[in-house]
Design a protein around this ligand. Structure first.
Ligand code: ADP
Length: 254
């Protein structure tokens, strides 16, 4: 727990630092993007328009990066509502499947006593999609990604008392060394090389989990695989009130 506390304080100060920068940077991007839109309206000259479109696309990419940074930096407003875990998994698997390739199998398990968590739907979808992509990248020769939701007590002393759901994304890929595992939640930490990784995926997961009243943890064995856990408060209310866990125990391998 001591080590977890040091880690937490480091992330808090990194969060304060990045939050302000990301926010101001986003405003600057908006100015550039708005100017490009004006240029596109003002001219029919195709050589100018092509350059303006390139600049606008770069702004859009920059805006996605700052959105991920803000997600880490506890500077955004989350729309926290009761979210059904089975529906969440279904939505994410639909988005992930085309990105994963034939060699990767997907498994889903939602325990019968898991219904809703308190979360921001789009942030949570982005988080789980990022975790699936990371798992794929760790399994170049194929393997299995498991999405698993269970109702469990979190490790003692790290969260306020209450009911929590543990959402785990498990792979049997390359795993990581303890040095890498200790740094994965830091913004911009990546081992994927320039132009490949942004190092923002897991920092978004970390910030979102904390801002939702939960937390995120990583466990990894080199050569064995990795488990990323997101703990979220269980929601007292089931908004839809429909059948429980339609995906419970189902295997969507394919
Ligand atoms: P990115 O994917 O852009 O590198 P992330 O923050 O998502 O950024 O991940 C940071 C680093 O953590 C990755 O570069 C990789 O080294 C490591 N990592 C993340 N997920 C896994 C995984 N499932 N298996 C092995 N290593 C991982």
């Amino acid at each position: 727990a001591q080590q977890a506390m040091v880690q937490y304080q480091k992330m808090e100060s990194l969060g304060r630092l990045t939050g302000g920068v990301a926010h101001d940077f986003n405003n600057l991007l908006n100015v550039v993007q708005g100017t490009m839109e004006l240029i596109l309206m003002m001219t029919q000259d195709e050589s100018i328009r092509a350059r303006a479109r390139t600049a606008k696309a770069a702004c859009e990419r920059g805006a996605r990066l700052t959105a991920q940074l803000l997600a880490f930096a506890r500077n955004q407003t989350l729309d926290l509502t009761p979210l059904r875990v089975d529906g969440l998994f279904e939505a994410v698997l639909g988005m992930a499947r085309p990105l994963l390739g034939r060699a990767i199998a997907l498994q889903v398990f939602v325990a019968p006593d898991v219904a809703c968590v308190v979360a921001d739907t789009s942030q949570m979808e982005m988080a789980l999609l990022n975790l699936a992509i990371n798992a794929r990248d760790a399994m170049p020769d194929g393997g299995t990604i498991t999405f698993r939701a269970t109702r469990e007590a979190p490790p003692a002393g790290l969260l306020p008392a209450g009911e929590y759901v543990r959402i785990a994304v498990i792979d049997n890929g390359s795993g990581m060394s303890p040095d890498v595992a200790a740094r994965v939640f830091e913004p911009f930490f990546t081992t994927k090389g320039v132009g490949k990784g942004t190092g923002l995926g897991l920092s978004q997961v970390y910030g979102m989990a904390h801002q939702s009243g939960g937390m995120a943890q990583v466990t990894s064995q080199p050569g064995q695989g990795t488990t990323i856990e997101i703990w979220l408060p269980a929601a007292a209310q089931d908004p839809a009130g429909d059948d429980t866990a339609a995906l419970a125990g189902s295997d969507l391998t394919g």
